[in-house]
Design a protein around this ligand. Structure first.
Ligand code: C2O
Ligand code: CU
Ligand code: CU
Length: 569
């Protein structure tokens, strides 16, 4: 992020327009990863206060790009230095719920969380961000997010640009609202500050990237709190979409637009051959976004509603400039005709159809709170118990006035239809977010496999972060096939809790060595009990006075934290 600091210095001398080169976050590679989430600050604005930010590692905003190889067993340590409880979620990855970083695995201030998992996902672009109970928006829009690139053999066998920062560029786009003292607002519906890879890109600022005159790949992530982008290039130049959220498509799709709602990713190829010396902008053609989808024209508001009239609504605008420069040696100059074979599940394989109605108390409401099936999120309520290996159809029906990007953890899904019609070609691959427009019904099919854990839930929610924090979220667990079968949840083999569920005395035992504390948190992340003593390996507690519900047992060993759920009845 040095470039951003430089840009800020330049800004003071050039008042017209500060230009900054597209930042390309460094990569972390290998099988051991260390992320340190910390507080920082950036002088985003030429006058007034610094903006308080959260970031990972050496950055002041956002974090490094993690490169994972499919099949690798990886080990991550996430240290929380933000002075508040947080979590880190691997958005889009198929990992056990206990490793997924949802709100049930809080990382206390100054603690380190140690998820370990095998990378089972296909080559694509994923991302990481906090998922703290009721604080996801606040923490994510302060900058605690980064990209994950998964590589695999199938992708590696294709002739595609994959030299990171050379012909393969991360493009993290956010639209933010800053208040009068320059702080990011998590509830901002007047979002008008575009950020690209962490640098301001409009309102007197611009970002440019030097891209070689050949086929270039861009990994687009919409990391905004609520706005959808309708990406395209100057003059409607055509390009190819090659990947959706969770994998490559069957074949590149020639197009002039790709619309991404919050949380969605797309990988695209643009052929810049022969354009050396020219320039072109990545744009959002938001004039084509329908009313009701955030980013489209502002809706007429019922009296008394909060403002949601960003000047960017419903207009076409530039995001960043691509200066086409000399080609590299051995450039990719062709677009492959096919990519991979996606095999969606058949509807006849589905064991059940679940219906999720997106509703609001007041059907005219445009700012929520919004519900799934009339219920707000409850950390203590498991909405669905899904038998291991179930193939399921989920029917999402939007009965509100605004669009909701629906996201589910733990699985990639295939969109079956939108209002009964087959989805467009770019939605026929693997996905984990799907935008559901007002009055629309979208069905997807997914298989719930590999990780049973009847105690740790996976989340599904609206990826408009304000809607999520306000309760537009639910949770499911995957039940083991038969009771007695050992549950696979990745991190807790070294902790046993019995009886569990408990009602009265409960024993907690660990086989971890060098344990120095055992702590119990309730579902809200509040400390209920802790014992600090080196060499601890067994404690007995009386849960009689505890309220019923789910508790998180955290065993802190030397440089390692393990956690497991306890249910009190
Ligand atoms: Cu990107 Cu549940 O989150
Ligand atoms: Cu996710
Ligand atoms: Cu929503």
């Amino acid at each position: 992020m040095k470039k951003i600091i430089n840009a800020c210095l330049i800004m003071f001398s050039i008042s017209a327009s500060a230009q900054t080169q597209l930042a390309v976050p460094d990569t972390l590679v290998g099988t051991n990863f260390a992320l340190n989430m910390h507080k920082d600050s950036v002088q985003f604005f030429p006058t007034g206060n610094i903006s308080h930010t959260y970031a990972f590692n050496q950055y002041k905003y956002l974090g490094p790009t993690l490169i994972f190889n499919k099949g690798d067993n990886i080990n991550i340590s996430v240290t929380n230095q933000i002075g508040d409880t947080t979590t880190v979620h691997w958005h889009g990855l198929h990992v056990a719920a206990a490793n997924d970083g949802g709100p049930h695995t809080p990382i206390m201030p100054n603690a380190t969380w140690n998820p370990q998992f095998m990378v089972m996902d296909n080559a694509a672009t994923y991302w990481y961000h906090p998922h703290t109970h009721k604080k996801t928006a606040k923490q994510a829009i302060k900058g605690a997010a980064g990209l994950i690139i998964v590589r695999d053999a199938q992708e590696a066998a294709l002739t595609l640009p994959r030299k990171y920062g050379v012909d393969d560029f991360p493009v993290i786009v956010q639209c933010q609202q800053y208040d009068s003292v320059n702080q990011a607002m998590s509830l901002g519906m007047e979002d008008s500050t575009i950020m690209v890879n962490g640098a301001r890109a409009n309102n007197g600022y611009s970002v440019y990237g030097n891209f070689p005159a050949q086929v270039v790949r861009m990994r687009l992530l919409n990391a905004s709190g609520e706005r959808s982008f309708n990406f395209g290039f100057t003059g409607n130049k055509s390009f190819y979409q090659i990947a959706s959220d969770g994998g490559l498509l069957n074949a590149p799709i020639s197009t002039t637009r790709v619309r991404l709602s919050p949380g969605e990713r797309a990988e695209i190829l643009i052929d810049l051959s022969g354009m050396n010396g020219q320039n072109i902008y990545l744009m959002s053609y938001a004039s084509e976004i329908p009313m009701g989808v955030q980013g489209g024209p502002t809706m007429p508001m019922p009296p008394g509603s909060p403002p949601m009239d960003s000047p960017l609504n419903g207009i076409d605008f530039n995001i960043f400039k691509i200066n086409v420069v000399a080609p590299t040696s051995n450039p990719v100059t062709t677009i492959p005709s096919t990519l991979v074979t996606n095999t969606p599940y058949q509807t006849s394989q589905a064991a059940i159809t679940r219906t999720i109605n997106m509703t609001a108390i007041n059907m005219m409401s445009m700012d929520g709170p919004f519900y799934f099936n009339g219920q707000l999120f409850d950390m203590m309520r498991i909405d669905y118990h899904i038998p291991m290996n179930n193939i399921e159809i989920w029917t999402l029906s939007n009965q509100t006035m605004v669009a909701h990007p629906f996201h589910i953890h733990g699985v990639q899904f295939y969109v079956l239809d939108r209002d009964g019609n087959a989805p467009p070609a770019n939605e026929q691959g693997r996905k984990d977010v799907v935008l559901v427009s007002p009055n629309e019904t979208v069905r997807f099919i997914a298989k719930f496999e590999d990780f049973a854990d009847s105690l740790t839930p996976y989340m599904y929610h609206c990826h408009v972060l304000m809607h999520e924090d306000d309760g537009m979220m639910g949770q499911y667990v995957i039940n083991p096939l038969n009771t007695g079968v050992k549950e696979i949840n990745g991190v807790d083999n070294s902790i046993s809790i019995y009886p569990n569920p408990a009602n009265g005395i409960v024993n907690i035992e660990t086989s971890l060595t060098d344990v120095n504390s055992i702590a119990v948190y309730n579902a809200l992340g509040e400390l209920v009990y802790s014992e600090n003593k080196s060499g601890l390996h067994q404690i007995q507690l009386n849960t009689n006075t505890w309220s019923k519900g789910m508790y998180n047992i955290i065993v802190n060993g030397k440089g390692k934290i393990q956690n497991k759920k306890l249910i009190v009845n």
